[in-house]
Design a protein around this ligand. Structure first.
Ligand code: CP
Length: 302
């Protein structure tokens, strides 16, 4: 049987994604939603990190333990993968010993190669192109505060990075309007916008961040210098007009939510007043990584 990889939101249909969210919401409510209280009893997840992490590592590791399974962390530099063993060979070996692989890496092609050679599920825990696990937590957070996300207006402000890409996938699969406000130099690739247009996604590019935020239900941003970016000064120059501050939030609907996948760089992409303010749901969003991860692992590994 083909493994149930969780590589990107656009590779799954809306019903499957909704099922994963239902599992996640059940786990948050303390319910045994699938296979009793230890559905992954005896199973092992290899977690490969080629980039730093706090939330992703903790949520997968704690989630795996809570589901009765065993998390096994492999840091890139301390494994043979970091010394040049091929991804294909690593995939073949891991497939003989563990029940799932979670990979955080840089080039997205490394993830797809891992999935090609693994006979067990592979989960994308962030690549340079996407961060689908984070989006499941974000959708869960928005819905628990404001009800169904379909038809809502979400404004992405700042860098057109991997999170922006995953928001495009999510908007198209979950049926919400997404406005992207990014500098031209840091805009998402045309190919992903073309994909969304072909799929009927409601995505628009609104250069002026205040206009993009006008009447929005949700504002989301991310760090301006992601892991692997080296052009700090240029990014600061380009992105300063895209800071999420009280002036920007004042353009939104009165009860608009603010989300940020964290870590935040206070005073850069977001001010303290917004991050710590009444509209911010970033701590719920961080907690929901745990519940969302459990939904993803049960969906893919059971
Ligand atoms: N949001 C997120 O992926 O956090 P970490 O980098 O800490 O895992």
């Amino acid at each position: 049987m083909k493994p149930k990889h969780f590589l990107d939101l656009h590779l799954l249909d809306g019903d499957e994604l909704r099922h994963i969210l239902d599992l996640a919401n059940g786990y948050k409510r303390g319910l045994n939603v699938a296979g009793g209280d230890k559905p992954l009893d005896g199973k092992c997840l290899a977690m490969i990190f080629e980039k730093p992490s706090t939330r992703t590592r903790v949520s997968f590791e704690v989630g795996m333990v809570q589901l009765g399974g065993h998390p096994l962390v492999l840091m890139g530099e301390n494994s043979q993968l970091g010394r040049g063993e091929t991804i294909a060979d690593t995939a073949r070996v891991l497939s003989r010993m563990v029940d799932g692989v979670m990979l955080r890496t840089d080039a997205h092609e490394k993830l797809t190669e891992m999935a090609e050679y693994c006979t067990i599920p592979v989960i994308n825990a962030l690549t340079d192109d996407s961060h689908p696990c984070q989006l499941m937590a974000d959708i869960m957070t928005i819905e628990e505060h404001r009800g169904p996300i379909a038809g809502k207006v979400v404004t992405w402000v700042g860098d057109g990075n991997n999170m922006a890409n995953s928001y495009i996938h999510a908007a198209t699969r979950f049926g919400f309007e997404l406005r992207l406000s990014c500098p031209d130099e840091l805009m998402v690739k045309d190919s992903i916008l073309d994909w969304a247009a072909n799929e009927g996604g409601n995505i628009s590019i609104v250069k002026d961040p205040k206009l993009a935020a006008s009447g929005a239900d949700v504002v989301v941003t991310d760090t301006w210098v992601s892991m692997g970016d080296s052009d700090y000064d240029r990014r600061m120059e380009l992105l300063t007009p895209y800071q999420v501050n009280e002036g920007l939030m004042a353009q939104c609907a009165n009860d608009a939510l603010f989300l940020h996948c964290l870590p935040a760089h206070r005073g850069e992409e977001v001010t303290d007043a917004v991050l710590d303010g009444p509209n911010s749901v970033v701590w719920d969003e961080a907690e929901n990584r745990l519940h969302a991860q459990k939904g993803i692992m049960v969906w893919s590994m059971m």
